[in-house]
Design a protein around this ligand. Structure first.
Ligand code: DGY
Length: 326
């Protein structure tokens, strides 16, 4: 069988697939266009794709014998899962292995913004540090403050649990009650409006869906404390970027830490020019250990799926129910 990999991933994943399949891989170190992905998928049984690839109905329809799509990411808002399900194609993702790594980056951003680490680094390297000064680069304390977590799935929960050493009051929003956070941290489930009003630090951990698109807009940013810090390591469109820029420019809030962007990879010049925002190039899962685990997980799912089994991380298991009914 033949598979197409839309961009080079860590070797162990590729080696696992090479043992069983003929591989064609994007030879360039860049995101492929939709047309290039369609060309790549032609004649293939399996597709290993990334979160940067638009896997829409045209890509899914490009090859009649396409049997399985394995995504090298936990978020799958870039894939038309319904179209894949309609065609009986299982789709898998990489949950769990990147949970701690992404939660760690959210904390790194929280610290960087609150203690103005990036500004301090530039200031010091530029030779502007002339000695201790009482009013130099004053930030925000973290311990004993209120932490607000929007979405307490795997990553939101891991992020919340890491607050233990900082003795924080924890608020969260989620459709489900999070027993673990309530038991271990005394966390309280509140409406989003309460969380935004009362939290000192707000971290977003919801998947991108029509219901979460722009849940943080002008009104929400205006309701936050002037000293608040907002962190986004989930998906860019959760925040309306133009509203955030306004909030940062006019100091409605203290700052923001972003790993994801509304029109990724484009980032407006205005956002890039602001001092009170720390920007990362979507590296939430970006450690060699985690990316290797993701590569192995995606490869294993593809391997099992193409051999006719149920991929362990299949997100549209109904495909198999349909098969057994037929
Ligand atoms: C994912 O896997 O969805 C993350 O955004 C990667 O950083």
């Amino acid at each position: 069988m033949k598979i197409f990999i839309t961009r080079e991933i860590p070797k162990p994943g590729i080696e696992l697939l090479q043992k069983e399949f003929t591989i064609e891989m994007n030879p360039y170190d860049r995101v492929l266009s939709k047309e290039e992905i369609i060309q790549g998928v032609k004649g293939k049984d399996g597709l290993l794709c990334l979160l940067t690839d638009p896997i829409d109905k045209d890509v899914i329809a490009a090859e009649p014998k396409l049997k399985m799509i394995a995504s090298y990411a936990v978020g799958y808002d870039n894939i038309d899962v319904a179209a894949a399900t309609n065609r009986g194609i299982p789709v898998s993702n990489t949950p769990g292995v990147l949970t701690q790594t992404t939660a760690e980056l959210a904390w790194a951003l929280l610290f960087s913004v609150s203690r103005r680490i990036v500004e301090g680094d530039a200031f010091t390297k530029e030779g502007r540090f002339n000695g201790w000064a009482p009013m130099l680069l004053l930030g925000q304390d973290i311990s004993q403050k209120t932490l607000g977590i929007v979405g307490t799935g795997r990553i939101g929960t891991a992020f919340a649990l890491k607050s233990k050493g900082f003795d924080m009051k924890v608020l969260y929003t989620d459709e489900q009650k999070n027993e673990q956070l309530e038991r271990e941290l005394g966390a309280k489930k509140v409406p989003l409006s309460t969380l935004l009003k009362e939290s000192d630090f707000i971290s977003l951990h919801v998947p991108l869906t029509p219901a979460t698109n722009h849940i943080i807009d002008e009104k929400e940013l205006k309701s936050m404390k002037k000293t608040a810090v907002i962190i986004n390591t989930s998906r860019g469109p959760i925040i309306r970027e133009t509203a955030l820029i306004k909030a940062l420019k006019e100091h409605w809030i203290f700052g923001a830490g972003l790993d994801v962007y509304e029109n990724e990879p484009e980032i407006s010049n205005e956002l890039r020019s602001l001092q009170n925002v720390v920007l990362q190039p979507h590296t939430g899962s970006g450690t060699l250990e985690t990316r290797t685990k993701m590569a192995l997980m995606a490869a294993e799912n593809l391997l099992i799926g193409l051999k006719g089994g149920i991929p362990p991380n299949c997100i549209n298991k109904e495909v198999f129910q349909k098969r057994s009914i037929r």
